[in-house]
Design a protein around this ligand. Structure first.
Ligand code: GUN
Ligand code: FE
Length: 433
């Protein structure tokens, strides 16, 4: 089935390795046409140039004043933590013990997991996020439920069961063998089924024994095209603890690297307090970082050094990190990223911000050949953005503003009301009420 969408169109043409190169690769078509067929981008260009290509039987979906953008890519989020966003008063380690672990216990129940998976996917879509790299809980049921729901709309989702065998309550622990077997089964069942992909997911170094990390490494060796998803250098107490637990390793990242868990499909959330050698290792292994500004501010973890990542040529995507992060919304996440950079005397541009939320995120997930912009043949995941959805935006909006200003207002003032429509796999999956 062919769909014809008429609106302004914006995307970024190619992956870059310095932020100065983004602007010249921004494509903006004021009166654009996008043709979609069988879940793929068929054609993108000027309305005038393309309108004769539309078969006469196809209804034109016209969105005047709206902007079509690639769907947002969330490179780090915990679906079981949606119900605990806004837990009061703690930094990482106490937050995990007091709030997170008791919450995650509920996902032993498949029906509960299913109910919360539905809620979770709805929230992604109403916020314009069409791809995500997602933590489940230690229970394989949690991941089965999430994948089953994502499969219903053929969403591009990467997820995994948490592996953790120590330093957490008994009711949330697996063992090296159980974690291995359950992960293996899930990989066999889900990895590359439709658009679904599996991530081997040791929670973080403190909650896995060396034996379990070795098992995770073995899985990665047996299934080299799966992902690895974990946390790294988020909080100073956490880092000190890792150094105590793994005295024989050369720092936090080396714990993962030693076990074969770095690489082009490895995503490390946070990376706030990296040492020089750790930046080098991320670069050399082509590993990616998930920048999670709302979480890093909320838990008081610190300020991510985005400029250092560019300088070191380390891939970065945006993560909401629900539930330490406080919003599913990528615009609000970019707004917080801007402030994190302000505190470091750097002005994050709107182009750079939208790059990170789309094509940069896709690159971080090694999916930039499939998603992240509107290259012909790519998967048709996109959002129709309303740049003027609130009274304040209407007051501030002026059609003479140039594109960077319009986009900057969108990321500063936008929220879920800015998401007018969301399409996944070429199909309409969310309409603003
Ligand atoms: N480190 C280990 N587990 C977690 C988690 O659930 N959230 C965050 N933000 N950091 C973690
Ligand atoms: Fe996290």
């Amino acid at each position: 089935s062919i769909k014809a969408i008429r609106a302004s169109i914006m995307d970024i043409a190619r992956v870059v390795d310095k932020p100065e190169d983004i602007e010249q690769n921004v494509r903006f078509i004021e009166d654009g046409l996008m043709l979609v067929e069988n879940g793929r981008i068929e054609w993108v260009g000027e309305w005038e140039e393309g309108k004769d290509k539309i078969p006469s039987t196809v209804r034109i979906r016209s969105y005047p004043g709206k902007i079509v953008m690639p769907g947002f890519v969330d490179t780090h989020i915990h679906y079981p933590q949606a119900e605990m966003v806004g837990a009061y008063g703690e930094q990482l380690l106490e937050w995990l013990n007091n709030y997170t672990f008791p919450t995650e216990a509920r996902y032993k129940d498949k029906d509960y997991s299913r109910e919360m998976s539905r809620f979770f996917i709805k929230q992604l879509l109403r916020n314009g996020t069409t791809s995500a790299l997602v933590f489940g809980t230690v229970h394989p049921e949690s991941v089965d439920a999430l994948f089953e729901e994502a499969e219903k709309i053929n969403m591009r989702m990467i997820a995994g069961k948490v592996m953790m065998d120590r330093n957490a309550p008994e009711y949330l622990l697996d063992t090296p063998d159980i974690g291995y077997n359950q992960t293996k089964e899930l990989i066999e069942r889900w990895h590359k089924r439709g658009r679904l992909l599996y991530a081997i997911t040791p929670r973080f170094a403190p909650t896995s024994s060396p034996e379990q990390l070795a098992m995770a490494g073995r899985l990665k060796e047996e299934y080299p095209d799966t992902y690895v998803h974990t946390h790294l250098c988020e909080n100073k107490d956490e880092i000190a603890w890792v150094k105590e637990l793994f005295p024989e390793q050369d720092g936090y990242l080396d714990v993962y690297h030693h076990h074969g868990l770095t690489g082009p499909k490895s995503v490390f959330a946070h990376c706030i307090h990296l040492e020089d050698e750790e930046w080098d290792c991320l670069h050399e292994t082509d590993s990616a970082v998930a920048f999670c500004p709302t979480s890093n501010l909320y838990l008081g973890s610190g300020l991510f050094k985005l400029q250092e990542a560019w300088k070191r040529k380390v891939k970065v995507g945006m993560g909401t990190d629900i539930g330490a992060g406080t919003t599913f919304n990528m615009l609000q996440t970019l707004n917080e990223a801007y402030k994190v950079m302000q505190l470091q005397q750097h002005r994050l541009s709107a182009f750079e911000a939208f790059y990170l939320a789309t094509l940069g995120g896709a690159k971080s997930l090694s999916l930039d050949h499939l998603i992240g912009n509107f290259e012909v043949g790519k998967e048709a995941d996109f959002v129709i953005i309303d740049p003027c959805s609130t009274p304040l935006q209407q007051l501030r909006y002026d059609s003479s503003k140039d594109l960077p200003e319009k986009l900057f207002m969108l990321m500063t003032l936008g929220d879920d009301r800015s998401i007018y429509r969301t399409y996944v796999d070429g199909r309409l999956v969310y309409e603003r009420g």
